[in-house]
Write a protein that binds this ligand. Structure first.
Ligand SMILES: Nc1ncnc2c1ncn2[C@@H]1O[C@H](COP(=O)(O)OP(=O)(O)OP(=O)(O)O)[C@@H](O)[C@H]1O
Length: 228
């Protein structure tokens, strides 16, 4: 589903964040991206959903060249990609229901379908009983559940998560991981950058390690591989 060929990213300040990346990820895989701070993990991930463009090389997502995609076409492609961040990025003035429904409203989903899709998704993440609450009334774990619900309500084929458990305590992190596992079991590709050694070493999946902008290890059912 995703292929990168010789991808370089040099930021305007002269920093080379990715330094010739070649990788292929198939539909349905669960892939952890690991590596030291500043290694280029976020940059690698951001290029997958066209938050950043590669300086050279090609990135194809389901046959579409993400690097040369016109800006006007980006929102259309993003409909098929869910993104989850460490800091949730919920809309503070919207309640739980509205935060999730918003994703469908912007893509002009038929209003008749919105309620069922939102409620089914909130059920999946275990938040059906908190639909009227606002983000600042929720725990970190609950906010992350809303953020995941928002990212999957349109049933994307790919979910990308950048350090989704980074702000959460260990128990809550496991609960959040269980939701990603369930999403993946349903056939969605999950690509997750993480520094959580215990999770990577316990819930085994493919591990891609990045150092200085290069892939230095790519193993099925790999280990985290770094001391923390
Ligand atoms: N927008 C930007 N402009 C300039 N340099 C950037 C930008 N974003 C990242 N960088 C630089 O690119 C390099 C890789 O950063 P990146 O955020 O991709 O690393 P990372 O592996 O995700 O780090 P962390 O684990 O700390 O989140 C770093 O040297 C960083 O300072």
């Amino acid at each position: 589903m995703l292929e990168m060929k010789n991808v370089y990213k040099k930021y305007k300040n002269g920093v080379t964040a990715t330094n010739g990346i070649d990788v292929k990820i198939d539909q349905g895989e669960f892939v952890y991206i690991v590596g030291p701070s500043g290694a280029g993990k976020s940059t690698f991930i951001k290029m997958m959903y066209r938050e950043e463009k590669p300086t050279s090389g090609t990135i194809t997502l389901n046959g579409i060249d993400m690097g040369s995609l016109k800006n006007s076409k980006v929102p259309l492609i993003r409909r098929n990609i869910g993104v989850v961040f460490q800091d949730f990025k919920l809309l503070p003035k919207l309640n739980v229901y509205e935060n999730v429904a918003y994703t469908l409203e912007v893509i002009e989903e038929n209003p008749k379908n919105i309620k069922k899709k939102v409620m089914d998704t909130l059920d999946l993440v275990g938040l059906k009983h908190k639909v009227r609450m606002f983000p600042d009334e929720l725990s970190g774990g609950e906010q992350q559940r809303v953020s995941i619900a928002r990212s999957i309500v349109n049933q994307p084929k790919l979910v990308i998560a950048d350090e989704p458990t980074g702000n959460l305590d260990p128990d809550t992190s496991w609960e959040i991981m269980n939701i990603f596992e369930e999403i993946n079991t349903r056939g969605t590709t999950v690509i997750m950058a993480t520094h959580n050694k215990t999770i990577v070493n316990t819930i085994k999946h493919r591990v891609i390690a990045i150092e200085s902008g290069r892939i230095v290890r790519d193993e099925q059912r790999g280990d985290y591989g770094y001391e923390i």
